[in-house]
Write a new protein. Structure first.
Length: 255
């Protein structure tokens, strides 16, 4: 444990957070505006048609999904874009030359993206509350699922950032994988209103359960499936291991 460079890791984490704050128009304001636009449109539709889902008001149903959608997209994009940008500028090689192991570098980036995911979720939660009155019954559960989501998609973003030198691959993964996952994993609809065959597909979708369990933290008296939580945590650790393995091996990490 004494060989771990805690100060160097903390320095990298602070560097990543400073970049996040410095670029707030893109990292904070843009996702927030996206959430507000969704809220305004869906609230108008909900009030006009008096929509209800699972016997609760539709807006109370959809808001947790919108927050998770923003967290998914931001955590993936943030870490992958940072790494590709640093590669193109040549600053990524400077970090690799520092007296710190590659595993420690990767962990530092993932810890930073965990903090960023929580910050984005809390900011959206606070601002959305000005438009729609919402109640958060289980804050610890909410942070738990936001943390899992941030690390999971941060790990995917890290893998893409490690393996890519240009924006084409990153944008392709975002458009054809991340965006569909964030929009179609029960974000805006209940599983009860779709056909059985699609229900079975969603039940095997771990991202659906992340969003669904996050939604439960906004509802009183909900029962959580701890076995399912363990499976999701296992998936997160698998992706963390893959990202650390790729970075440690150095495959396509530098040109």
């Amino acid at each position: 444990m004494s060989n771990i460079s805690y100060f160097a890791m903390w320095t990298l984490i602070l560097m990543k957070l400073k970049i996040f704050i410095k670029e707030y128009p893109y990292t904070i304001i843009a996702p927030l505006i996206s959430s507000i636009i969704f809220i305004i449109i869906l609230k108008t539709i909900s009030e006009f048609y008096n929509l209800k889902t699972s016997n609760i008001d539709y807006m109370n149903f959809v808001i947790p999904g919108i927050i998770m959608m923003v967290v998914i997209q931001e955590t993936f994009s943030n870490i992958s874009e940072t790494m590709i940008h640093m590669k193109q500028e040549g600053t990524f090689k400077d970090i690799l030359m520092s007296p710190i192991s590659r595993v420690e570098i990767a962990i530092s980036f993932l810890v930073a993206i965990l903090i960023i995911g929580i910050i984005v979720a809390m900011i959206n939660l606070i601002i959305i509350n000005f438009f729609v009155e919402i109640q958060l019954f289980n804050l610890s559960r909410f942070i738990f699922y936001v943390s899992l989501t941030s690390i999971l998609f941060g790990s995917i973003g890290a893998i893409i950032g490690f393996l890519s030198y240009t924006w084409e691959i990153q944008q392709s993964v975002f458009n054809f994988l991340i965006a569909p996952i964030s929009l179609l994993s029960g974000t805006f609809f209940s599983i009860d209103i779709i056909e059985t065959k699609w229900q079975n597909l969603l039940l095997f979708n771990p991202f659906y359960h992340l969003i669904s369990n996050t939604r439960k933290s906004f509802q009183d008296g909900q029962i959580f499936n701890y076995q399912l939580d363990i499976l999701i945590v296992f998936l997160v650790f698998v992706l963390i291991y893959i990202s650390l393995y790729i970075f440690n091996k150095g495959y396509r990490v530098i040109d």
